[in-house]
Design a protein around this ligand. Structure first.
Ligand code: SF4
Ligand code: SF4
Length: 107
């Protein structure tokens, strides 16, 4: 099974929980990781995640970070996320400014 695109996913996979899986056209399993939020302190506001996101999950917004106005990417439509990690792969911040997690199966 293909594994992680980020550290968060790697840690989650080691927890022993069961997660929603997807399959490639060849039938290989992979675990999608769905976006939760963007760390506004880390985000540079470059907009790369917005350009690649097929789910239209992000918008650039001006927010207060440590008392100063800053343009950052904000997750506004998390329900649209495909869990494909494209945003994570293009983010210039080491490790990614966004947090994505697999969806745990609770039954
Ligand atoms: S994982 Fe894919 S769909 Fe989800 S926010 Fe990132 S780029 Fe968009
Ligand atoms: S790609 Fe990363 S740094 Fe650029 S706007 Fe998105 S979250 Fe911020």
């Amino acid at each position: 099974m293909k594994e992680k695109c980020c550290d968060v996913l790697g840690k989650e996979l080691k927890s022993g929980k069961k997660f929603v899986i997807n399959r490639t056209a060849s039938g290989e399993e992979w675990i999608p990781a769905f976006v939760q939020k963007v760390d506004a302190e880390k985000c540079t506001g470059c907009g790369s995640c917005i350009r690649v996101c097929l789910g239209n999950c992000y918008e650039l917004k001006e927010v207060l970070v440590n008392g100063k106005k800053k343009k950052v990417s904000v997750v506004v439509r998390p329900e649209n996320c495909f869990g494909d990690c494209h945003c994570h792969k293009v983010c210039p911040v080491t490790g990614g400014a966004m947090i994505c997690k697999p969806k745990e199966i609770l039954y």
